[in-house]
Design a protein around this ligand. Sequence first.
Ligand SMILES: CC(C)(COP(=O)(O)OP(=O)(O)OC[C@H]1O[C@@H](n2cnc3c(N)ncnc32)[C@H](O)[C@@H]1OP(=O)(O)O)[C@@H](O)C(=O)NCCC(=O)NCCS
Length: 189
Amino acid sequence: MRTLTLPLRSARLELRDFTRADLDGIVAYSCDPRVTRYLFFGPRDAQSTAEYLDALLESQVERPRTRFELAVQELGSGCLIGACDLSMIERGVYDLGYMLGSAHWGQGYATEIAHTLAAAAFRELRADRVISTVDVNNSASIRVLEKAGMRWEAVFRKHRRAKNRWWDCHLYTLPREVWESEQAQAAGR
Ligand SMILES: CC(C)(COP(=O)(O)OP(=O)(O)OC[C@H]1O[C@@H](n2cnc3c(N)ncnc32)[C@H](O)[C@@H]1OP(=O)(O)O)[C@@H](O)C(=O)NCCC(=O)NCCS
């Protein structure tokens, strides 16, 4: 089975595997309720972050590796600013996601991450389709998915129950053919 060659790089970011040394940096963004408002978990404290990091480090050595939960590091500053993930949910189908510390919102970083993860999924993992689900009220993330070329496909009412409520979520998708034709158009510009 194919795997990703890490780290992934974009113009301003490096997407790399987490290490134990990232613990404090992960706590710094995931303890913030604004950051986890539309995520099924959190906010996380130091203890729950440590447990999460243990599970994440174990997932790095699974073979075949189907889950790539990656640290987002700013190339300029070398700082850990968030996390993103690309996970195989069924053969040929990868789910992407991202979260950033609030000090780093509004600079186009999440869009850069979504483009980078989608390209890696199609080029390196030979995905047929990339998908993402997003809470119907998470307008910033919906905008990111649209800017990354993903298309609205469905709404899942009561998609999941978490944090004492039901979550209605949009499904966004990007089929390989659409991504390839967008790449060809961009190359011809
Ligand atoms: C969602 C998130 C990743 C966006 O990161 P970001 O780096 O700020 O995103 P970008 O800068 O690439 O793009 C954000 C877009 O959303 C828009 N936006 C921001 N807040 C918005 C709001 N409340 N309503 C509508 N659009 C909004 C921005 O204007 C921008 O669009 P534009 O370029 O057309 O102006 C970030 O807010 C975050 O980490 N949130 C918490 C975690 C989360 O919700 N993750 C997604 C789970 S599906």
